[in-house]
Design a protein around this ligand. Structure first.
Ligand code: GRF
Length: 221
């Protein structure tokens, strides 16, 4: 008997791609519930794209600067996603805002990872701002993408301590290590339908206590 098809994932990156790498590595396990359909970068020279290509994955780099508008770029992106029969889009350091209509089309099927405990520190320079604010706990968030930046329903978070000796770089490295643990687990919950959007809230479907607990984790340095 053939195993049921797994949801097909497109991972969108703009740069280094270490979160993409964590997802790709998780998907190598036979029981991981997604298939990586392709990796797309809006910067053809993104280092992560070269890594993905070297793994034998389907990759596509298309430069948003070659499109006359956001709508044209997204139209091309949508074509690629449809041709590749993509079910879920995972943004992983994708540094491009999307239009409300693209987001609406993928609402509930597009997720993102952000390096702060949302709703605090939306946007850029999260670690600098965390240190400036003097928070003692930092972390990362995986959320469904909504029209407002970094504001969609939260699927899961991981927390790390902020140490007295931290610089933005040391804190970023600690949070990034937590991102690499959190993102594959949260993608699996979305792919198996254990977590869904319900309007602007999250609904847990047939999720055991383990799954619900693992959406909030503490990762030690
Ligand atoms: C990560 O910190 C992610 O949370 C943020 O952008 C960074 C991307 O890093 N959205 P990488 O490209 O995954 O290494």
């Amino acid at each position: 008997m053939t195993a049921p098809a797994k949801p097909r994932i497109a991972i969108l990156i703009s740069g280094r791609g270490s979160n993409m790498q964590a997802l790709v590595e998780a998907a190598r396990a036979p029981d991981y519930p997604v298939e990586i359909a392709l990796v797309i970068a809006n910067r053809p020279d993104a280092p992560g794209l070269a890594w993905a290509k070297a793994q034998g994955l389907s990759v596509l780099g298309f430069d948003h600067k070659h499109y006359e508008s956001r709508e044209h770029f997204e139209g091309q992106l949508q074509n690629v996603l449809e041709l590749s029969r993509v079910d879920i889009v995972a943004l992983a350091g994708f540094m491009r805002l999307m239009t409300a209509s693209f987001v609406a089309r993928w609402y509930g099927r597009m997720i993102n990872i952000h390096p702060s405990l949302l709703p605090v520190f939306k946007g850029l320079k999260t670690h600098e701002r965390a240190l400036e604010a003097g928070v003692r706990i930092a972390g990362c968030t995986v959320h469904f993408v909504s029209a407002e930046m970094d504001a969609g329903p939260i699927i899961g978070q991981a927390a790390v301590p902020v140490l007295a000796s931290d610089t933005a770089a040391t804190l970023a490295a600690r949070v990034l290590a937590a991102e690499h643990v959190l993102y594959p687990q949260m993608l699996a919950l979305v792919a198996t339908g254990k977590v869904r959007v319900d309007g602007d809230k999250i609904q847990w479907q047939d999720a055991g206590i383990t799954e619900i607990n693992q959406s909030t984790m503490l990762v030690s340095p």
